[in-house]
Each structure stands twice: as structure tokens, then as C-alpha cells.
Design a binder for this molecule. Structure first.
Ligand SMILES: Nc1ncnc2c1ncn2[C@@H]1O[C@H](COP(=O)(O)OP(=O)(O)OP(=O)(O)O)[C@@H](O)[C@H]1O
Ligand SMILES: N[C@@H](CCO)C(=O)O
Length: 322
């Protein structure tokens, strides 16, 4: 359960009193997520989510995240929007942390995605990319190639304690990606963390996207690679080509990929797998004392990376520009 910061009833009531949301009916920590502290807040005006921003979120990035949710929502994408308080401010402070109340989104995350889910996610990702085109703020991706070596440095000494040979594999992968990483691909706003827990469905229909706190300006195809890794592998870490093809097909039904993007997908998948292996590894080795959080398994992404290393080209995956 991701609650790093406790909030007293007294502080919560004082905070909510600054909004036109009526009285607090109930308030409880949410048993999912690893990044921020999230609470389900029920007031006489309805359900909301209260988020307290923790460790990885820099306060200066919050105008990007909050503005982006408003921007995408205004362009028809179903995502949470920040609620403004009586002073017209979306960003507040609670229990010593930056805090925001956002609207509640109906729907449920899927645990075992089908090819149809993957297709819907591909299409939604492309709609997000299109809707973000005229968003005026830029934010560099702190977790792209230049960010991985410093991340690895924080875990290198202890990596082999987590799995035999892990440090060497990560070192070799970093060296490979430093040479092979593509540049000049079509870029714009990307979600950068569109995992299954961040996409809601109502029945078979995709109902909305949440958790924009890794969103940044980067290559669109890198976002697609993140989704391929997160959605199209089975529990045994075997790649499901039907799901991968469905996701790319869904994406291309909205925004056709350029040949250079298709050709880069294998490398982007390797980079994305390394990125999540490294952040998970650092988290695994550094759980804050007293935090209610279940760190995610870095070795899942070590295994996905091993798959991508074996498959070199888009043609070998069966991915062609179409
Ligand atoms: N706007 C919302 N509407 C409904 N439920 C939400 C909303 N925002 C968050 N949640 C719930 O809270 C959980 C955690 O939220 P979120 O994914 O933003 O947290 P996080 O700590 O940033 O997680 P992650 O590990 O995915 O980065 C979600 O899985 C979902 O159940
Ligand atoms: N989606 C990430 C956690 C949030 O950054 C992961 O599964 O490692």
C-alpha cells in the first residue's frame, strides 16, 4: 500500500475546508501504487482522489503535470482533472507535502489484458500523443538514457545480491544503448508509465487514463515501447506477439508510425525494459522505513530485457510499418 505520509483527520478537514467540496464523509489510504501517497476521499460533493507527492516528484514539475491533465481533458481524453480551491489554486500543501485533489475516474484496471485491451490501449496512447501536440510546456525525460547510468550507480554494488550477474547485464546493456539509442524520432508529450494499473476499463471499453506523474517530452515510439513491455508479456515473461501486434495496430489506427519509429522499436523496448528494471532495483534496495509499500519486482524487467536482447529487428518481432 503506497502511503508514505500519514494525514491526521484534523489536517485533512482543515485542508478540504479550503475547497467547495462540502464535508468529508470518509477518507482512506489506497492499497495500490508505489510512487505517491494516494487517498480515497468521499465528501458530500462526491468521490475524489487526494495525492501527496513524494520522493521522485519535483515540485517544479507539478505545473506541467497538473496543466497537462487539464489540457488533455479539455481535448476529450478521459483523465483526472485537478480541483481548484476557493483561491483558484490546484496545488496545496498537506502534512508537509505538496498535495492535490483530483476528480475520481470510474472503471477498473485489468489484471490479465487480452489482445482487445492491448488494441484499445494502443489507440488511447496515440490519442494522448495527438491531444498533447499543442501543450505549451516542455519537460525533459529525467528517466531516459542520460538518467540511467546515475540510477544504476545507486544500485550497482548490491545488484548481484538481488540476482546473479545482474550488475554485469545492466552494465553491458547501458553500454549497448549508449551506442544504439535513436535520436530525431517524432516527439511530444508522452505518458511514460502507462502500465495496466493506470488504464481503466468499464466492461470491454477503455474508460480513462490516470497517473501522469512521469509524463514528459520524448519520442512517441518510446511510449509505445513502454506499453508493449507492460501489456504484451505473459506472467512467465514470454512475449505475446498477438497482443503486441494488436497494440501497434490500435496505435496506428489513430497515428501511423513512421518507418524510422518501427525500426527503432526493438531498441526502445530494450531501453524501456532497462529503465523499469533500474527504478525497481533502486526501490527494492531502498524501501523507506515505516512506508506501507510493496516494491515491484526488478527481475521481471531483467527477464523482459533478456527477451529483447535475443530479438534484434522489428522484422523478427513481426512488426512492419503498415
Ligand atoms: N483519479 C482517480 N480515479 C480513481 N482512482 C484513482 C485515481 N487516481 C488514482 N486512483 C487509484 O489510486 C491508485 C494509485 O494511483 P496512482 O497510480 O496515481 O499512484 P502512484 O503511486 O503514482 O502509482 P504508480 O505505481 O502506478 O506510479 C490507482 O491504482 C487507482 O486505484
Ligand atoms: N509502473 C512502474 C511503477 C511506477 O513508476 C513499475 O511498474 O515499475
Amino acid at each position: 500500500m503506497a502511503v508514505y505520509t500519514d494525514v491526521s483527520d484534523e489536517d485533512l478537514r482543515a485542508f478540504v475546508a479550503g475547497y467547495d467540496l462540502g464535508d468529508v464523509l470518509s477518507f482512506k489510504g489506497i492499497a495500490e501504487g508505489v510512487e505517491n501517497s494516494n487517498f480515497f476521499l468521499q465528501t458530500t460533493s462526491g468521490p475524489f482522489i487526494l495525492t501527496l507527492y513524494e520522493r521522485r516528484v519535483r515540485e517544479e514539475d507539478l505545473p506541467f503535470f497538473l496543466g497537462l491533465m487539464e489540457h488533455l481533458s479539455a481535448r476529450g481524453l478521459n483523465c483526472p482533472v485537478p480541483v481548484r480551491n476557493r483561491a483558484g489554486m490546484a496545488l496545496g500543501r498537506l502534512a508537509g507535502r505538496p498535495a492535490v485533489i483530483v476528480t475520481f475516474l470510474d472503471g477498473l484496471a485489468v489484471k490479465r489484458p487480452s489482445a482487445a485491451h492491448c488494441r484499445a490501449v494502443g489507440a488511447a496512447l496515440a490519442r494522448l500523443h495527438e491531444a498533447g501536440r499543442d501543450f505549451p510546456i516542455e519537460r525533459a525525460n529525467a528517466l531516459s538514457l542520460p538518467g540511467w547510468a546515475p540510477l544504476f550507480a545507486r544500485a550497482e554494488a548490491e545488484a548481484d545480491r538481488v540476482a546473479d550477474g545482474l550488475a554485469g547485464r545492466a552494465r553491458r546493456e547501458l553500454a549497448h544503448l549508449a551506442d544504439a539509442w535513436p535520436s530525431g524520432l517524432p516527439s511530444g508529450v508522452i505518458h511514460a508509465d502507462l502500465f495496466t494499473d493506470n488504464v481503466f476499463f468499464i466492461g470491454p471499453e477503455l474508460s480513462g487514463l490516470i497517473d501522469f506523474y512521469f509524463a514528459c517530452t520524448d519520442a512517441f515510439a518510446y511510449d509505445l515501447a513502454i506499453c508493449l513491455n507492460a501489456w504484451c508479456f505473459e506472467a512467465d515473461c514470454s512475449f505475446n506477439l498477438t497482443k503486441g501486434t494488436a497494440m501497434i495496430g490500435g496505435y496506428q489506427s489513430v497515428r501511423p508510425l513512421e518507418p524510422a519509429e518501427v525500426a527503432s522499436l526493438p531498441t526502445l523496448c530494450r531501453g524501456s525494459a532497462l529503465r523499469f528494471m533500474l527504478t525497481r532495483l533502486v526501490d527494492w534496495l531502498n524501501v523507506p522505513p515505516g512506508a506501507l509499500v510493496r516494491p515491484k519486482d526488478p527481475l521481471e524487467y531483467d527477464r523482459k530485457l533478456a527477451f529483447h536482447r535475443r530479438v534484434e529487428t522489428a522484422r523478427e518481432y513481426g512488426w512492419m510499418a503498415r
